[in-house]
Write a protein that binds this ligand. Sequence first.
Ligand SMILES: [Zn+2]
Length: 241
Amino acid sequence: MTGKPLVAILSGAGVSTDSGIPDYRGPNGLWRRDPDAEKLVTYEYYMGDPEIRRRSWRMRRETAALHAEPNAAHRAVAELELRGVPVRVITQNVDGLHQLAGVSARKVLELHGTALACVCTGCRVRGPMADALARLDAGEDDPPCLECGSVLKPATVMFGESLDPVVLGEAVAISKACQVFVAVGTSLQVQPAAGLAGVAVDHGARLVVVNAEPTPYDGLADEVVREPIGTALPELLRGLG
Ligand SMILES: [Zn+2]
């Protein structure tokens, strides 16, 4: 076989912690430890309770002020693409930092959607989160869809919502096709994302796990790296292709 190997990178919250973004939704994430906060990102509560929505929007307005920047791990993935290595990113993060680091948007699959956009729960029209936040600045506390008046929500996958089957299908296809599968900064405890590592191994890929804590897939991995992601991932990716 000629050519460079297709590298799939499954990235979790641990990739963005160096950018100051905490782990919100992992098994030990902020949402799970605070049932009150979890309601803000649970579809049933969000749709059923205007007060939950008002709190959710306030919370987004506050966190949007963080203006997170990509870190060394995001840049290392972007450099891999620049070097001509075929790479696809499957991310559990909603922060858009892989794209901000320079990875082509079409090569990033956002399993849990994006916090940078909003979507209408009625007509499904999408728009920038910045536009919704500007409406909050202007005094609205639960901005409805401007097209149809239905409830507007962030374009993230809330608890109680299913992953987009098209995005998940593409993630499975990439996991089957890749030669190297790097799971980085993810505890590999949340399905179906975690199962992608198993799919990759079943189809002959080399599995590398980069995570501070043990994962259920370490036993299947060809290489397990416990070093800090910000230094370990750039080093690992330089050795590929
Ligand atoms: Zn609408």
